[in-house]
Every structure is written in structure tokens, then in C-alpha cells.
Design a protein around this ligand. Structure first.
Ligand code: TYC
Length: 108
């Protein structure tokens, strides 16, 4: 070993130095769900699905009709913070327009 090199920590005496293994948990995912109600106009739900969930008009219409007939439907699956933000944005937007549309999230 040259004069300026440090000893390899694996072979140094005293404190054991072990390389930390890279332990990165995958973030939990959450489904964002919209619920049917009797009052929110269909067009408004289609707009919400397009604006907040990036669906095209055709897909948004399909999801809206699914929710209308089945009672609930998944808008998308996201990490916790993104899902929480979508739920707040949709519920705030609906209240602002005085519609009872409800959006919730659940662990995927
Ligand atoms: N059921 C509503 C109506 O007949 C339409 C609607 C669809 C409302 C989906 C909410 O998440 C919803 N006007």
C-alpha cells in the first residue's frame, strides 16, 4: 500500500464497517375512486375525469357510464401523496361548482 492510501476498511482492526445494502421499499399505491350520485351532471363527471385524470373524452365517458351504472369506479392508481392531492382537487372542484360528486381513495 502506498504512503497516501488508507487501509481497506474490511481489513482494518477495531470498528467493523459494513456496506449498507440498498433497501428501498416500493411506495404503497392507492386507487382513487369516484362514487355515483343522483345529482352531478354526466358532463361534469366527464370533465373531471379529463382534467384531473388525463383521460380522453371517450375513455372519460366510458368510466363515467361505468360509475353511473355500477355505483363506483377507479380513476387511477397513484402513490399516497398524489392520490391525496387528486381527491382534494376533485372534491374542492365539485364543491366549488355545487355538485355532490365524491372522490375517495383506498389502498391498492
Ligand atoms: N348519476 C349521475 C346522473 O344521472 C351521473 C354521475 C355519474 C354522477 C358518475 C356521479 O360519479 C358519477 N346525472
Amino acid at each position: 500500500m502506498s504512503q497516501h492510501e488508507r487501509p481497506d476498511p474490511e481489513h482494518e482492526r477495531g470498528l467493523a464497517v459494513e456496506a449498507a445494502k440498498p433497501e428501498l421499499e416500493r411506495p404503497s399505491l392507492y386507487r382513487v375512486v369516484i362514487l355515483n350520485d343522483d345529482y352531478t351532471p354526466m358532463d361534469f363527471v366527464v370533465e373531471v375525469l379529463q382534467v384531473f385524470f388525463g383521460m380522453n373524452r371517450e375513455k372519460a365517458t366510458q368510466v363515467m357510464l361505468h360509475v353511473h351504472t355500477r355505483g363506483r369506479g377507479v380513476c387511477g392508481v397513484y402513490t399516497r401523496e398524489v392520490a391525496e392531492t387528486k381527491v382534494s382537487q376533485v372534491n374542492d372542484f365539485s364543491r366549488t361548482h355545487q355538485h355532490p360528486l365524491m372522490c375517495t381513495m383506498e389502498k391498492a
